[in-house]
Design a protein around this ligand. Sequence first.
Ligand code: MG
Length: 373
Amino acid sequence: MSDLDQTIIGYDLWHLALPVVSRRDHGIGAVEGTCEIVVLRLTAEGGQNGWGEAAPWAVFTGSPEASYAALDRYIRPHVVGRRVGDRAAILADAARAVAHCTEAKAALETALLDLTGRIAGLPVWALLGGKCRDTIPLSVSIANPDFDADIDLLRRIRDDGVRLIKLKTGFAGHAFDILRLERIARDFPDFEVRVDFNQGLEPGDALARVRDIAAFSPAFIEQPVRSHHFGLMREIRSAIQVPLLADESVFGPEDMTRAVTEGIADGVSVKIMKAGGMGRARAVAQMAAAAGMTAYGGDMFESGLAHLAGAHMIAATPEITLGCEFYQAQYYLAEDILEAPFPSQGGKVTVPDGPGLGIRPDFDKLQHLANAA
Ligand code: MG
């Protein structure tokens, strides 16, 4: 019997509330107090574990309750009792078992890959096809409605070596966005600035506001209007010189097909929580590259566990050339759930080389934070 013929005998879930250090506003909503995630642990008959995270955001992808129910009620019967090595078949059955719930499917694929890697003694990036990079440039988002607090964060991350920032716009008026862009350009010239509206603009004045922002020549402007406004995205793209990126408009490969056909963007945000896992996220990036578009590795409000999955995915995906946004574990959560710090230093994420994801969650922290949810 091959090691990967082992049966999956354990399937455990935790719904966690993770305290965060500040409020953050995005175009479609705010996060304050805590962010909620669901953690999955698989156990093989030999005793090895594999871990995965679902990190939903109710206004963007879905709710933590939906992630939990998808994993607990609809996906569990397709996993327990199956062989570890039958990952593709398990994922196909899970995809059919419940519609949407992409974060739950990402958690399942992550846990299956972590488990396979732990058993095989291989890092997840090796299971995805090998590594194209050892480190990933880190972008940190500036989204606090208290801009003075974000000035302190800008100084801190600059001193830490971060050189990419994303300014979240479209939540507190045009003048506030312009003021912050002027201040950052004047006082923080070391940063490459990216801008993300998170769908925050109304159709009537979106183009005029985006034009004003484009005058600052940010590296790109992301998702100014609602996800389904493909025609308006295309119109804005054709009216500005700055690259336009799609995020909420593109979840998985199916959306990417339409985005390419309709020419709505110059690049795309690739997230395992939107795509429904690493394999489908990589497909989105490959489709973008084939269409002459760029891609970066985005995330939701995640712990270091989901950051690890994203880091392994990007390590194995040369088409993702614009870095990653895995900053929450270090800069936004009051306390991460991993047993060792997420490997982010000097403005870049270092891809782990140990078996599986390389770092496990701390079991005591899970128990503590689950009781708080
Ligand atoms: Mg975005």
